[in-house]
Each structure stands twice: as C-alpha cells, then as structure tokens.
Write a protein that binds this ligand. Structure first.
Ligand code: SF4
Ligand code: MG
Length: 330
C-alpha cells in the first residue's frame, strides 16, 4: 500500500522566449507508507516540479498523481484542504515562507487555528511548545522572530510547521542545501528521528546522492524530466549502473560527513541541456561517455519491470536485461 504515486506524469511549462520546458516527461514513482524515497538529480531536472505536483500545488498535464489513494486531479477545495493534512512540503529556504513580522509561536499557532486543530488559544500555545520540542528547539523560540534564528533553527521551524498538521508524508525539497555544512547532518539526523518516531514517509529531494543515501530506503535518479535509475539505496548509491548515476556517484567523496560534498554536476561533463529542447533518443547522450548510435535515436526505457531498474541501452545489453517492446511501453 502506497502513500503516494505518480503514473506517467507529464508537466510542461510554456515560457516566454525559451519555448516549452519539459519539466516532467512520463514520470512514474511510488512512495510506500513510512518509506523514504530519495529523488536525486541536478537542478533543472524536474525534482521541484515533482514536489509541487505531489503536494497538489500544481496539476499534471497528463498521467495521474495519487496521494493516500486520492486522485489529486479530482479534488475540490475541501479535498485540497484535507490533502494538506496528509502531505506537506518543506522548502529549501524556510525564511522565504515565514512572515518576518510574525513571532514563530504565532506563525505556528495560526496554522493550528486555521485548520481547526486546536479549540482555544491556550491549547494552541501548548501544542506549539510540543512542536518546538519535537524539532529540538527551546520553548522560548516561540517568542522570536525569523531573523533572530540561525538557518538551521529556521529549517527546524519549517519542519515543525509542516508537522503541525500531522501529515503522513513530507516532501522535502533540498531541505539542507542552503545550510552550513556543519548544520546539515543535524537536520538530516532530526529528520531520521522524526521519521522513525512518527512513522512518516518522505520524498527527500536533493542534487546530492551522498546526502540522500543517509536517509533513503529507495532512490530514484532523475535527468531532464525522466527517471533514469531506481532501486534500493544500496543498489543505486553503492552499485549504480546508469552512466549518469555513476557520474553523480563519483561526485561523492569518501564517506566523511564533515567533508562538504561537491556539487553533483562537477563530475558530469558539460552542462545540463535546455529542458525546452531535450536531446533526441537518450537525453543523456550528449554528455555520456558510453553513447552509441542507438542512443541518439532510440529512447531507452526503465527495465527490468521491478527491483533495480535503469533506462540505458548499453547497460541493459551488457547485463542481459530484457526491455519491453515499444508496443508494451506505457
Ligand atoms: Fe549513455 Fe546510451 Fe546509456 Fe544513454 S542509453 S546513458 S547515452 S549509454
Ligand atoms: Mg529545485
């Protein structure tokens, strides 16, 4: 039983000047209850679009997005309101979503009141205290304004606010990327603890494979709007098969949490192509050291049907993976 799933999801954006950006092109993924799915790729690969679709902030052009069994395209206003109590989005920079003139305690109490989760002001105050404690902040934090907090404290507030509605799924969009290296591990550890204590599922989005592997049960790697490799965290982070994942893997230095991970793109040659003009065939072919003629014309599909899956002509041939014929493709 899954808490969220995307099936064949397409999302394009019409832009002025650049044309139609292919943010997501046929993405299928599943998040089990209490499971952590790491979604990895360079900026511009469609990760944040996936986050916005999973939380109902935007609608898919095609395909379906289901959360807790509900097709998000079919939700009315009341349904969208209920959805916020199932799935919450945590942003990279919580500062952008906090009102600078509002004390932290008031901001958290407002969410509780708007969603009628507390009957009275005193109950709200008690619950705010609990939420702050849950994320490792002192009760006195309630009296502070956002600018009086460190980046790490602000992200804890962002997490507390998401938890205030008691969701079962958090979509975390680069939750530690804006933080100092020394603080990142603290937040990742906090997320790990909360997940175990509350039985939460996460979609943990990052450009950094090394960061994701600490938390994720399963990992999906995205490139230009498509998933190119998916499997358990061991399969994808320790024994990656797709040349793109292997390049991301090389960007991760020896396991030492004190070392700042290099940006994922560093080990991948060339720039990520414009998502308004995705290359034909395998979208990774202009940057791929293994590219062959077939890669320039034929689109590789994810195979085998379950387990460790990858979309690469060369690796599928080398490893003897049978790919679906075009008639069987979704
Ligand atoms: Fe490289 Fe070809 Fe595999 Fe694409 S299909 S990743 S271009 S080898
Ligand atoms: Mg993003």
């Amino acid at each position: 039983e899954s808490i969220a799933e995307m099936t064949g999801v397409v999302k394009h954006y019409r832009t002025r000047g650049r044309g139609e950006v292919h943010a997501l092109d046929g993405v299928t993924l599943t998040v089990g209850r209490g499971e952590v799915l790491g979604l990895v790729g360079e900026s511009g690969c469609g990760k944040s679009t996936a986050a916005r679709l999973l939380t109902g902030l935007e609608r898919a052009d095609a395909g379906t997005v289901r959360v807790d069994g509900q097709d998000l395209a079919a939700l009315d206003r009341a349904g969208h309101r209920r959805l916020r109590r199932t799935v919450q989005l945590v942003f990279q920079d919580p500062y952008a979503s906090l009102d600078p003139r509002q004390r932290i305690g008031d901001a958290l109490a407002e969410v509780l009141t708007v969603h009628r989760l507390v009957a009275a002001r005193t109950a709200a105050r008690a619950r705010v205290g609990e939420l702050l404690e849950m994320v490792g902040l002192l009760p006195a934090t309630a009296e502070r304004y956002p600018h009086q907090l460190s980046g790490g404290q602000r992200q804890r507030v962002g997490i507390a606010r998401a938890l205030s509605l008691q969701p079962r799924l958090l979509v975390l969009d680069e939750p530690v990327s804006a933080l100092d290296v020394s603080v990142r591990a603290e937040i990742v550890n906090l997320l790990d603890r909360l997940r175990r204590e509350l039985g939460l599922a996460y979609v943990f989005i990052s450009h950094d494979l090394g960061m994701v592997r600490h938390l994720a049960d399963r990992i999906a790697v995205m490139y230009l709007g498509q998933i190119v490799e998916t499997g358990s965290w061991e399969q994808v982070s320790d024994r990656p098969v797709h040349p793109y994942t292997q390049a991301l893997h090389r960007a991760v230095p020896v396991a030492d949490p004190a070392v700042e991970y290099r940006r994922a793109g560093d080990a991948v040659r060339g720039e990520i192509p414009d998502a308004a003009r995705p290359p034909a065939g395998c979208r990774f072919h202009p940057r791929c050291p293994l590219a062959e003629d077939v890669c320039r014309t034929e689109v590789p599909v994810l195979a085998p049907p379950s387990g460790h899956r990858f979309a690469c002509h060369v690796r599928q041939r080398e490893l003897g993976v049978v790919t679906p014929t075009s008639a069987e493709r979704p």
